[in-house]
Design a protein around this ligand. Sequence first.
Ligand SMILES: Cc1cc2nc3c(=O)[nH]c(=O)nc-3n(C[C@H](O)[C@H](O)[C@H](O)COP(=O)(O)OP(=O)(O)OC[C@H]3O[C@@H](n4cnc5c(N)ncnc54)[C@H](O)[C@@H]3O)c2cc1C
Length: 453
Amino acid sequence: MTDDAKTKYDVIVVGGGISGAMAGIGAARAGAKVLVVEQYGFLGGMLTAAGVGPMMTFHAGDEQVIQGSTGELIDRLEKKGQSPGHVFDTTGFTYTVTPFDVEGMKRELELMLTESGGEVLFHAMLASVEVNEGRVESITVCTKSGLMQLRAEVFVDATGDADVAFHAGVECTKGRESDGACQPMTMKMRMMNVDIQEIREYIKNNPDEFPRLEGDVNKVDKGARLSIGGFVKTLAKGRAAGDFSFPREDVLFFEANGEGEVIVNTTRILGFDSNDPWSFSLAEMEGRRQSLEVDRFLKKYIPGFGNSVLVYTGPQIGVRSSRQIKGRYTLTGPDIHSRKSFPDTIAHTGYPVDIHSPDGEGTAHVKPEWGTFCSIPYRCLVNEQVRNLISVGRCISVDFEAQAAVRTTPTMGAVGQAGGIASALAVRYSLQIGEVNPEQLREELQRQGSFLA
Ligand SMILES: Cc1cc2nc3c(=O)[nH]c(=O)nc-3n(C[C@H](O)[C@H](O)[C@H](O)COP(=O)(O)OP(=O)(O)OC[C@H]3O[C@@H](n4cnc5c(N)ncnc54)[C@H](O)[C@@H]3O)c2cc1C
């Protein structure tokens, strides 16, 4: 096992998804020596590994409530023609959606991290966490050169699954409070050569196929990119003919940045456990089976897909929820609905509660009142068991319903930036993670361009 000076950092972030990348950037810009460790060969997590997109949503009504480094990422992509920026959401589900080029996203995250002074170690997967008297002393990662021990003053768990926290002995919960069931996984499909104009025309001529639009089919002309959920009658017809086999109530897809490029979010993989490698492997295979079925179905039944090509399902199936840490505070569904504010708020979101049913068909959307947003307190990132470990991303301390509102990528970027800055402050002032002054953290967040109400 290797263990040398090169492996000692102020802050090590495990997981290079949107929350981990933003944590690395936030910590480095606050002056820390930072390493981001990632199991794949690129940053972006679900956005680049699982084909998730567009990012939704940076807004609450007309207000952009996600700014900071996550907002900067989009500004940079837009300048390079790799994103159209924030565009009207034609599904009628939220305010804006933000498409992007996957390859542009991978590169821009690397640039932002390294320009900020951060380093990255790709192809390194967490193997174990060494804890001594309530502190993580080191982590061991599995690499092509064997096991490697890495040391830091503070560790940030940005694995999505709370892998570091779980292995360090932090109390974790999982899924729905009543039975532990998680939201289903989805294997996203990237399709090319889709005729968007043909789809727009079909929507306008068949409003009863699109209940989410509530009769206002002209919405589909308002967005610079088309996002749509529906085709409910066509789906029922395909199911009756034996061409669609799994529980799903509508066909959902999003136009990406490139011409004729569409991300299909329609497979629904139920009953598997993403934290169990055997079950996770079976979920990948079921996702692939469903993807090829959806590909055939789209070509046969859905206008605009006749000449489409399925180009990509990504190196990993999409996981919406798994473990959550039990933190100093657990944000709840009622907190979200009441728009509860907190003195230690570090991020906001205007995204609705969006629960893909863990039981079968159905997606529960609870739309917020126009323009309102909820708040995420710093205490949701802090656990009571390990003093130098902070959690960011979708595994923070939130209940099942609240997770469904905070889990999307703009919000996770904002939470990551806050967690990274908090880690840097802990190193700078020799504090435990739980001792970081929320006022000082909010000041540094604002200095780094974040929106805080
Ligand atoms: C099917 C699906 C559709 C979605 N649709 C949207 C959408 O349209 N818009 C939107 O904004 N959000 C959407 N989301 C939500 C969003 O993608 C996630 O909630 C968000 O990406 C979470 O960010 P994260 O940084 O916490 O985790 P992730 O994006 O999962 O990143 C975690 C990173 O950690 C790495 N990692 C994990 N474990 C280890 C380990 N043990 N060792 C080393 N590295 C590790 C992973 O490779 C990954 O890079 C969707 C999610 C899914 C699954």
